[in-house]
Ligand binder design. Structure first.
Ligand code: FE2
Length: 224
């Protein structure tokens, strides 16, 4: 298991370079680009002011919309490596993990014809912002009364829609969904309320209702 080293007493500008997960460094010494640091500072200010999840994440989504329009970020994202191919397992680039409030900045970079499992993000909140490409998203909810973690789960469709660059999908805890991106590459810039791997999330088999737990996408430390 990973163990976080607590550097909360350090000045903020030093936090990123000194945030270490035992076994390997999460972040290098490079500071975040100014627009991304501003974005992080805004989230931290909301958290410090005590904003609760239902208010916090929609507010962060508004700020993320501005960040997604940053031409330098869009340009840089074209060089990011694919972290999901076809129906293979997803990984995330990990750009930042907040030492005080636990939120993270990730990217999911999908090659053409990528399809996810039907899944949720467990107890975490997710802002999925499209930087490039696009996705077709289907949403589901459970209509059975079986145990949350065991099932069998019976799902009903809650609709489907296409997302394009600039769109932010706000994914609350336990919302069940599936994404497919078609013939093009798709880059999602993601804010999560906590790092994948620190909580359980679930995959749903729509054929037989079975549920499987997993730890979410593998996290790959990556400099912005
Ligand atoms: Fe997801």
């Amino acid at each position: 298991m990973f163990e976080l080293v607590d550097h909360r007493r350090k000045p903020l500008q030093n936090v990123r370079s000194e945030l270490i997960i035992k076994g390997f460094a999460v972040m290098a010494d490079k500071p975040l680009p100014a627009p991304v640091q501003d974005f992080v500072d805004r989230i931290r200010a909301y958290c410090a002011a005590g904003k609760q999840d239902e208010e916090l994440w929609p507010a962060v989504a508004d700020d993320l919309k501005m960040l997604l329009a940053d031409p330098d970020l869009v340009e840089q994202s074209k060089t990011w490596p694919d972290t999901k191919k076809g129906d293979g397992p997803p990984s995330n680039l990990l750009f930042y993990e907040d030492p005080d409030y636990g939120f993270v900045l990730n990217a999911l970079v999908k090659g053409p014809k990528s399809v996810t499992n039907v899944h949720d993000h467990g107890p975490s909140w997710t802002l999925y912002g499209v930087l490039d490409g696009g996705d077709h998203i289907q949403r589901f909810s459970r209509v059975d009364d079986n145990p949350t973690e065991e099932g069998p789960a019976e799902l009903k469709s809650n609709g489907e829609f296409d997302v394009v660059p600039g769109y932010i999908d706000v994914v609350p805890p336990w919302e069940i969904h599936q994404e497919a991106n078609g013939d093009h590459r798709t880059i999602g810039f993601i804010v999560r309320s906590q790092r994948s791997g620190t909580f359980k999330q679930y995959r749903y088999n729509t054929e037989n209702g079975s549920i499987a737990t997993y730890n979410g996408p593998t996290q790959i430390p990556y400099d912005l």
